[in-house]
Design a protein around this ligand. Structure first.
Ligand SMILES: Nc1ncnc2c1ncn2[C@@H]1O[C@H](COP(=O)(O)OP(=O)(O)O)[C@@H](O)[C@H]1O
Ligand SMILES: Cc1cn([C@H]2C[C@H](O)[C@@H](COP(=O)(O)O)O2)c(=O)[nH]c1=O
Ligand SMILES: [Zn+2]
Length: 199
């Protein structure tokens, strides 16, 4: 379980350079959004001023809320570009960002600037795409993060721990918004089997 670092800091105590970046990564269905919501709800309990963002493209469950697969939800602001977050988050203490893999590469610089200005930045996103390749900008965010949490799903084929998001259709597009109809969490063995067409 992730324990918040120096939580006591209040708005007036925020100093340049005293923020940090946390990354929550893993496959689809691994609990990234649940963990993001858990951390943000705890921040709300601590009466922190928070802002949450998600990319415009992700409208699977709700046009604005961040919603997990098991229907936990928290209000958020959909944005088109990573740079939009800089302006919209200028007054808050904690910034939450979901579905980081859908943002442009500017997200790394944006998160660094937010942390430099004293904010706690919590980012959740896929670390690998449907082919098992690193899914930018999440790997680059991991490089600049102070804390990284990798969460895991359950393999839908064998019940082992799953780190891969297996695509159930033949599309080779990197970005394909979808759910259980399009993707399955899989362990390495079952992912390789599927990629070889041996399901
Ligand atoms: N294969 C799976 N492994 C684990 N949880 C799953 C799986 N399929 C569905 N779920 C559900 O998804 C929830 C996690 O959802 P969510 O936080 O939205 O994940 P993520 O953001 O990583 O896609 C779990 O609590 C569980 O109810
Ligand atoms: C692997 C993979 C996934 N996607 C899409 C599918 C979903 O819309 C999101 C991931 O959502 P989750 O909250 O992590 O379940 O990403 C994609 O576009 N391309 C991929 O390779
Ligand atoms: Zn498996």
């Amino acid at each position: 379980m992730f324990i918040e670092p120096h939580f006591g800091q209040n708005n007036s105590e925020r100093k340049a350079g005293s923020g940090w970046i946390e990354v929550i990564c893993g496959s689809m269905f691994s609990g990234k959004t649940e963990e993001l919501i858990r951390r943000l709800n705890r921040a709300l309990l601590a009466k922190k001023n928070i802002e949450i963002f998600k990319p415009e493209i992700d409208k699977r469950y709700h046009h604005s809320n961040v919603v997990s697969h098991n229907e936990n939800a928290i209000r958020s602001t959909p944005v088109s570009f990573a740079n939009d977050i800089l302006l919209l988050a200028s007054e808050c203490e904690i910034v939450g960002i979901d579905e980081a893999q859908f943002f442009d590469d500017q997200l790394v610089e944006v998160c660094v600037k937010l942390a430099d200005s004293g904010k706690r930045v919590i980012v959740a996103g896929l670390d690998m795409d449907f082919s098992g390749k690193p899914f930018e900008p999440v790997p680059s965010l991991m490089a600049v993060a102070a804390f990284i949490t990798k969460v895991h799903a359950i393999c839908m084929r064998c019940g082992d721990v799953a780190s891969y998001s297996y695509r159930l259709n033949k599309s080779q597009e990197k970005v394909l918004v979808g759910e259980q109809e399009e993707y399955e969490a899989r362990c390495r063995r079952c992912f390789i089997q599927g990629m070889k067409g041996k399901d």
